[in-house]
Structures are given as structure tokens and as C-alpha cells.
Design a protein around this ligand. Structure first.
Ligand code: FES
Ligand code: FES
Length: 449
């Protein structure tokens, strides 16, 4: 049965239950009244001395007893029917929860597919940009030397290495990086006869985002590559991490011996990884570390990370990196809704949204903080939740408020049914759900969002 059909059945059974409860209450009132009358007759009988009057009272009492038992008979099937309907309602709620879970699973899969597609598109656009920029750079460097000075090329990586390592590692490595769409400063790609070596290398170092340093015993035996390394360290001194070391046929002790500083930087090792694997890791790092990928637009403000890992969830970043702890975490797997935030106005479980996929500053993220900017002077929907006590422990409240806010913006006067549907992706273990739904309906009636 569909979610809507089950909801309709629940609504109809609710009406039947209400009618039955009302009937039973009326019968109870009537039974009480008759019982009081019977008690009063019994009381009179206990005091009556006249036999004739006593006999009349006795008849009255017997009549009352008949009336009471007839009322009880009418009440019995209604009570049974009420029990049956309540059981049916509970069963329907079980089906509803299952259907909700199925729906959530479906939307989780859809959300992941959308994110994958977005990610794919972003990669392709970046690669195309790089390919076209690279062609432009080649054209400029070969044909309009003067322009080359003005238009500073932006390389993704500069490769510092010893020439002895070219054949077995550096050349195939640089070629593969370039084939992956990265802008690579590698001497065989960049230097031309007549170029001033020092000037070209300085320029390459200055205009590259990262310096890949292929550390080997040849590297440390030569002066020139070490000068390049010094240049990269000078850039790092300004506070930007740029050095990506690769250990090639060299042990940690040897690197320590030559340079304890660079031995301390996380490195890839050609003993452990193939060229293809190293390239994949560098491409991945390049994809997620860019200036704008560290920027987030949250509640209309800019937040910037100093780094981002590809597996960080938006929930983790909001709570642990930005200190926006109104957004809670209940299950960390897209099942409870406590972590809900709005991304471009759409409620999303922040625990299953990757932070890198909403970075860049273009996507507008809205958290519950934006609905309660002053904790001591609540307004809008936050005030309504507070005034109507639509919470118990409060762990689920931020998620509910955010989704309800989105609903009220889209549908300013929702019905109870619409509210229930909109909030169906949320769980409240304290069972404050009834008050929450009633509050949201009230918000609509009062024009609050
Ligand atoms: S914490 Fe995200 S859905 Fe439960
Ligand atoms: S109020 Fe406690 S989980 Fe909802």
C-alpha cells in the first residue's frame, strides 16, 4: 500500500475512533447518572417504614437496574470495536513506518546519485578548463613571449626531481598526471632551447599550487633539485602547505639523514604504490583542495576551512569545525532526521551529505541557528516550538524546525496531513511528534515561518 493510502486509512480510522470514544463517553455519563439515581433510591428504601411505598421504591430500583444493564450492553460492543480499531491503527502505523523507511532509502539513493552526477560534472568541467588553459598556455609561450609574463600560468603541480629518475619514474608519472587533466610543470614539458633555466624554474615554482618532490638518493646528491626544494619550503614558510613528497627507492633513514624536516611530511612511496596509484591519489587531493573548496556559505555568512578531507560529512564540518551545534546527530546514517539542514532551501540529512560536495560558497546552507539567532529572545517558529512545548529532550527539535521552516515557506498554511507528510523523515524518541505537528499547523494559521 502506498504512503498516501496508509495515511488516508489512518485519518479515517482516527475519525471512527473519535466517534466511538465519544459514544462510549456518553454511555458512561448516562450509566453514572442512572447509578446515582439507583443509589439514591436504595438510600430512601433503607429509611422507608411504609410497606407500600417501600414496594414502589423497590420497583423503581429494579427499573433503574434494567436501564443500567441495557446501557452496559450497548457499551460492550463499542468498547470491543474501539480496541479493534486501535489495534488496526497501530498496525497501520507500523506499515507507515516501513513505507517511510522505504521512501527514505529511495531518496537516499537518489540523493547519492545526484551528488555523484554533480561530482562527475564538476570533474569534467575542471578537466576541460585545464585542457583549454593548457593549450592557451602553450600557444602563448611559443608565440607571444611578452604575454607570458603578464598572464601568469597557474600550474597544479611543479615536479622537482633528479634527472636520473626520469626514465623509470618521473617522465611516465608526469605524462600520466597531464593525461588526467592536471596542469603540470615538468622540465621536459616546459623548457625549450634558449630558455633561461633559473628564470623558468622560479616562475614554475611561483605559479604552481603544489610542489611534488621526488626524493631519491640522486635527488639528495645534487644541488639543483635541493634549491628547488628550498624554494618550496620558502613558500611553505608563508603558511601554505605545498610540498607533496614522493620517496623513490629511498628509505626513511636515508631521508632523515638528508633532511629531517622533509622526512616528517606525509609522503607516498614508490615501493608501496604503482605510478597509476600515486597519480590517482594526487588527482584526488587536487580535486578536493582548491581555494573555493574550502569555503562554505552557512546562514548567509562565509566559513572557511584550513583543510577538508573527502570523507568529512557536512554534519561533522558544521558541528566540529564551525561550532554550529544546533544541528544534531542522532544516527549518522540518514535515518532519524536530527541532522537536517537546508541546502539551497531543500531539507537534507547533513550526516550523509559530503562537505566537499556543498563547498565552494555557491550552495546556501541554512541551519537551525538561523531560526533562533538570539537564544534569549526567541522569535518565529523557534518561539512557537518553545511556547507550545513541542519538545521533550529537544534532541530532534532543530531538525524538525528546519524542515518545518522549509515547508512553511513553500506552503504557508499546511494541513495536519501535509505537516505529517513533510515531517515523516524525522524521528522523535520522546514522542513529542503530536505537539510538533500541532505547532507547525498553528504556525501556518498565525503566518509564522
Ligand atoms: S543523524 Fe542524520 S539522519 Fe540521523
Ligand atoms: S524531544 Fe527528545 S527526541 Fe524528540
Amino acid at each position: 500500500m502506498s504512503f498516501e493510502a496508509i495515511s488516508n486509512q489512518i485519518a479515517s480510522i482516527d475519525r471512527e475512533i473519535n466517534n466511538l470514544e465519544r459514544d462510549i463517553q456518553n454511555l458512561d455519563t448516562e450509566i453514572n447518572r442512572k447509578s446515582k439515581e439507583a443509589a439514591s433510591i436504595t438510600e430512601k428504601m433503607s429509611r422507608e417504614k411504609d410497606l407500600k411505598k417501600f414496594a414502589n421504591l423497590s420497583k423503581d430500583l429494579s427499573r433503574k437496574s434494567d436501564e443500567i444493564s441495557s446501557l452496559e450492553k450497548r457499551k460492550t460492543p463499542k468498547v470491543k470495536s474501539l480496541g479493534d480499531k486501535q489495534k488496526k491503527k497501530r498496525d497501520l502505523y507500523v506499515s507507515l513506518n516501513k513505507e517511510e523507511k522505504r521512501e527514505r532509502d529511495r531518496s537516499k539513493i537518489e540523493q547519492k546519485e545526484i551528488l555523484n552526477i554533480q561530482q562527475q560534472i564538476t570533474r569534467e568541467v575542471k578537466m576541460q578548463q585545464r585542457v583549454s588553459l593548457h593549450s592557451l598556455d602553450e600557444f602563448v609561450s611559443r608565440n607571444i613571449e611578452a604575454v607570458d609574463v603578464i598572464m601568469e600560468k597557474q600550474y597544479d603541480v611543479f615536479i622537482s626531481h633528479a634527472s636520473e629518475d626520469k626514465d623509470d619514474f618521473v617522465r611516465p608519472f608526469a605524462t600520466l598526471l597531464r593525461n588526467k587533466g592536471l596542469m603540470v610543470w615538468y622540465d621536459e614539458f616546459e623548457l625549450m632551447v634558449g630558455d633561461k633555466l633559473r628564470r623558468k624554474i622560479d616562475e614554475g615554482l611561483r605559479t604552481s599550487r603544489y610542489g611534488i618532490v621526488v626524493l631519491s638518493s640522486f635527488f639528495f646528491s645534487k644541488e639543483w633539485p635541493q634549491k628547488e626544494l628550498d624554494g618550496l619550503f620558502a613558500i611553505e614558510d608563508s603558511g601554505i602547505d605545498v610540498i607533496l613528497p614522493i620517496w623513490h627507492k629511498i628509505s626513511k633513514n636515508e631521508v632523515l639523514h638528508y633532511s629531517p624536516t622533509i622526512a616528517g611530511i606525509l609522503a607516498l612511496n614508490t615501493i608501496n604504490f604503482s605510478i597509476e596509484e600515486i597519480v590517482e591519489k594526487i588527482v584526488e587531493k587536487e580535486v578536493y583542495i582548491t581555494d573555493t573548496d574550502l569555503l562554505f556559505n552557512v546562514n548567509g555568512k562565509e566559513y572557511v576551512l584550513s583543510e577538508i578531507q573527502p570523507y568529512w560529512s557536512l554534519n561533522f564540518v558544521l558541528r566540529e569545525k564551525f561550532g554550529l551545534t544546533f544541528t544534531k546527530n542522532g544516527c549518522d546514517r540518514g535515518q532519524c532526521g536530527h541532522c537536517t539542514v537546508l541546502v539551497d532551501g531543500v531539507p537534507m540529512y547533513s550526516c550523509i551529505v559530503l562537505a566537499k560536495d556543498v563547498a565552494g560558497g555557491k550552495k546556501k546552507i541554512e541551519t537551525a541557528e538561523s531560526l533562533a539567532p538570539d537564544m534569549y529572545n526567541l522569535t518565529g517558529i523557534a518561539k512557537e516550538f518553545h511556547d507550545n512545548e513541542a519538545f521533550q529532550c529537544g534532541w530532534c527539535t532543530a531538525g524538525f524546525m528546519v524542515t518545518a521552516h522549509a515547508l512553511l515557506l513553500d506552503n504557508p498554511k499546511p494541513s495536519m496531513q501535509e505537516v505529517r507528510e513533510a515531517l515523516s523523515g524525522h524521528v522523535c524518541v520522546c514522542t513529542a511528534i503530536k505537539e510538533v505537528c500541532e505547532t507547525v499547523v498553528k504556525c501556518g494559521e498565525k503566518g509564522v515561518s
